[in-house]
Design a protein around this ligand. Structure first.
Ligand code: HEM
Length: 188
C-alpha cells in the first residue's frame, strides 16, 4: 500500500513506515475517549471550552433566578418575601456567581480555551490535563458554593468581600470561608 499524503501546499509526499507509525500513534493518543468514563477523561480543548460555556450559562441561569427573587422582594414596599439576612445572601451569591462563575469563565476560559489553539494552529492547549482539571475545580467549586447557600451558609458580605465586613468581627461563622474556598478553586 502506498503512503502518499497531500500536504497543505498541495504537494504529494510519500511517508516512510516510521512516519506512518508515528501518525497512527498520535491519532490513537489524541482520540476522544468514549463511554461514561471517557466523558470524564476528555481533554480536548474544544470539548473543555464548550463545557466551560455550558456550565457558565447554567450558573448564569441560577444567578438570574436569585435576581428574580430579589426583584420580587424589591417590587413592593414593606415586602417580607426575603428576610434581611436572606437578602444579603441572595445579592452576594448573585453578584459572585455573575462575576466569577459566569462572566469570567465565559469571557476568558470558554473563549480562550476553545479559540486560542485554533488561532495558533496547535493540536491542543498546553497542559491539556491541567486544563481539564481546572474545569472540574470550577464546576465543583461552584456546586460547593451553592450547596453552602442552600444550607444557609451563603456568603453575605457582597461579591467583593471586603474586610472589616467580611472579617471575624462582622462575619462570624463559616460563610466567608466558603466564599474564599470558591474563589480559591475558581480563580486560584
Ligand atoms: C436581568 C438580570 C439581572 C437582575 C434583575 C439583577 C438584579 C440584581 C439585584 C436586585 C441586585 C442587588 C442590588 C442590591 O440590593 O444591592 C444585583 C446585584 C448585583 N448584580 Fe445583578 N442582576 C441582573 C444581572 C446581572 C448580571 C448579568 C451581572 C454581571 C454579569 C450582575 C452582577 C451583579 C453584581 C456584581 C451585583 C452586586 C452584588 C453585591 O453587591 O455583592 N447582575 N443584581
Amino acid at each position: 500500500m502506498s503512503n502518499v499524503v497531500i500536504t497543505t501546499s498541495g504537494r504529494a509526499d510519500e511517508l516512510t513506515e516510521a512516519e506512518v507509525l508515528q501518525a497512527t500513534q498520535l491519532e490513537r493518543v489524541w482520540r476522544e475517549p468514549h463511554g461514561f468514563w471517557g466523558w470524564f477523561q476528555a481533554v480536548h480543548h474544544t470539548t473543555i471550552g464548550k463545557r466551560y460555556a455550558v456550565t457558565a450559562f447554567g450558573f448564569f441561569l441560577l444567578a438570574g433566578l436569585l435576581a428574580g427573587v430579589m426583584r420580587l422582594q424589591l417590587a413592593f414596599p414593606e415586602a417580607h418575601f426575603l428576610s434581611p439576612d436572606k437578602y444579603n445572601q441572595f445579592f452576594t451569591v448573585h453578584g459572585t456567581t455573575m462575576m466569577f462563575l459566569f462572566a469570567v469563565p465565559m469571557m476568558f476560559e470558554a473563549l480562550s480555551v476553545y479559540l486560542v489553539p485554533l488561532m495558533v494552529g496547535t493540536r491542543n492547549i498546553a497542559f491539556p490535563r491541567l486544563n481539564a482539571y481546572s474545569y472540574y475545580l470550577y464546576l465543583f467549586g461552584g456546586l460547593m458554593f451553592y450547596a453552602a447557600f442552600l444550607t444557609n451558609t451563603g456568603s453575605d458580605n457582597g461579591w467583593f468581600s471586603y474586610v472589616p465586613l467580611a472579617g471575624p468581627d462582622f462575619a462570624p461563622g463559616k460563610r466567608s470561608d466558603f466564599w474564599a474556598c470558591l474563589l480559591r478553586q475558581v480563580i486560584g
